[in-house]
Each structure stands twice: as structure tokens, then as C-alpha cells.
Design a protein around this ligand. Structure first.
Ligand SMILES: *Cc1c(COP(=O)(O)O)cnc(C)c1O
Length: 219
């Protein structure tokens, strides 16, 4: 699939859902991808990218930002508290705010810098023990706590379990966002971004459908 194809499918899905074609941001997930593939997507004009690892992102994006103007970087992987400082300097958005200690750290950093990336609270909609994210039952309380710290919340994010129909997870996230007055919904990946858009996704995170399969061994 090319970037153009994905962009068209996103516009079609938005239109089919009765939504504005421009209401969905495509985050091209470039983690672990060879640099030449990332550069060719930049050369096609795309500017919004997602990364999972602070160190990997810090190693490649400062240079790419010098070569290409207007890059927006989204952190979509688990964020260790001791990497938060580097992360707030590097990323325009963080999708994986999932615990009080990280919220407190981000609030301190935001105070010191006078700026904060856009933040999404990650919700573990499938209640999977191995997966990050606040449990659905704790989401409202955590959102309130983050607001109490003065953090600028953009919305909610989820990574549904593999091998299940993801639509109920997207619907659950949307309902949680609505009742908390949050407009951002970061949901949907290569396999299900159209379903996520039908449920209101504002940010879809698409990796392999744009760049091809990831080769973790080659890193
Ligand atoms: C890797 C990753 C993606 C992209 O996955 P694809 O299936 O390649 O589209 C999206 N979201 C998160 C959180 C990821 O870690």
C-alpha cells in the first residue's frame, strides 16, 4: 500500500461515516523502519509520524527535522518516567500517559518548560494484564487527576487485544472520551483504521500498511 492509497482510504472512511474528510490525522508509524522508507514518505509530503522508542526517535528525527520542515512527532510507545524529559523535548504529542507517576513528572516538566506536548490517556480497553493503559473503570478518575495537575489532555488512546473484533473497543473509548469532554480519539492501526474512523477516531496510527512489514531483527 502506498501513502496515497492509505490517505484515500482514510478520506473514504470519514466520508462514509458522515464526517469531515479532514477530521482524521494519519500518524505514519515509522518505528524500526529503514531510514530510506521514512525519507521517501517525507519526500511524498507527509509530515506526521509516530515512534515507539525514545532512543530510536532521538537518534533519527533531529536530522530529519533539519531536512524536512513541519514534522510532527507522536510518541505512541510505553514511556518510562526517566525518559520523560527527552520525550517532552522531542515529541509534539504523547499518546501513552497511563499512570500517576508519569502524569506528575510531565506536569513538573511542563511547568519548567512553559510548554507541554498534546497528551492522550492510554486506556487498556481489553483489560489485558500485560498491556499498558489505565483500566476502563479508572479512566474517569485518572483524567480528573491529570486535569488537576494542569495537564493539557487532547484525548484517549487504546490498543485493543489482537484477534478480536476491535469495534466494541473503539466504541467504549469513544463513550469514555465523550463523558469526559475529550475530543481526541487515537485508535485504529493498519488492520482496522477504517473501523476506528467509523467509531470516531481523530488519529489513526498506521505503520506496516504504509512502510511494509517491520524487521525487528535488522535493528
Ligand atoms: C506499531 C504500532 C502501531 C502501528 O501498527 P501497524 O499494525 O503496523 O499499523 C500503531 N500503534 C501502536 C501503539 C504501535 O505500537
Amino acid at each position: 500500500m502506498s501513502l496515497t492509497d492509505i490517505a484515500r482510504r482514510i478520506r473514504d472512511a470519514a466520508r462514509a461515516a458522515g464526517r469531515d474528510e479532514g477530521s482524521v490525522t494519519l500518524i505514519a508509524v515509522s518505528k524500526v523502519q529503514p531510514l530510506d522508507r521514512v525519507v521517501s514518505v517525507l519526500e511524498e509530503g507527509h509530515r506526521v509520524f509516530g515512534e515507539n522508542y525514545v532512543q530510536e526517535a532521538a537518534g533519527k528525527w533531529p536530522d530529519l527535522r533539519e531536512r524536512f520542515e513541519g514534522v510532527k512527532l507522536h510518541m505512541i510507545g510505553p514511556l518510562q518516567t526517566n525518559k520523560a524529559k527527552v520525550a517532552v523535548e522531542l515529541f509534539d504529542a504523547i499518546h501513552t500517559l497511563d499512570r500517576p507517576s508519569l502524569a506528575e513528572k510531565l506536569a513538573r516538566l511542563a511547568d519548567a518548560r512553559g510548554a507541554c506536548p498534546e497528551l492522550f490517556v492510554q486506556v487498556n480497553t481489553g483489560e489485558e494484564p500485560q498491556k499498558a493503559g489505565v483500566l476502563p473503570a479508572d479512566a474517569d478518575g485518572f483524567v480528573a487527576a491529570c486535569r488537576g495537575l494542569g495537564l493539557p489532555l487532547a484525548g484517549l488512546m487504546c490498543i485493543p487485544p489482537e484477534g478480536v473484533d476491535t469495534t466494541p473497543h473503539f466504541a467504549l473509548l469513544r463513550a469514555m472520551a465523550e463523558r469526559n469532554g475529550l475530543s481526541g480519539l487515537s485508535m485504529g492501526m493498519s488492520a482496522d483504521f477504517e473501523a476506528a474512523i467509523a467509531e470516531g477516531a481523530t488519529h489513526v496510527r498506521v505503520g506496516s500498511a504504509i512502510f511494509g512489514a517491520r524487521d525487528y531483527g535488522a535493528r
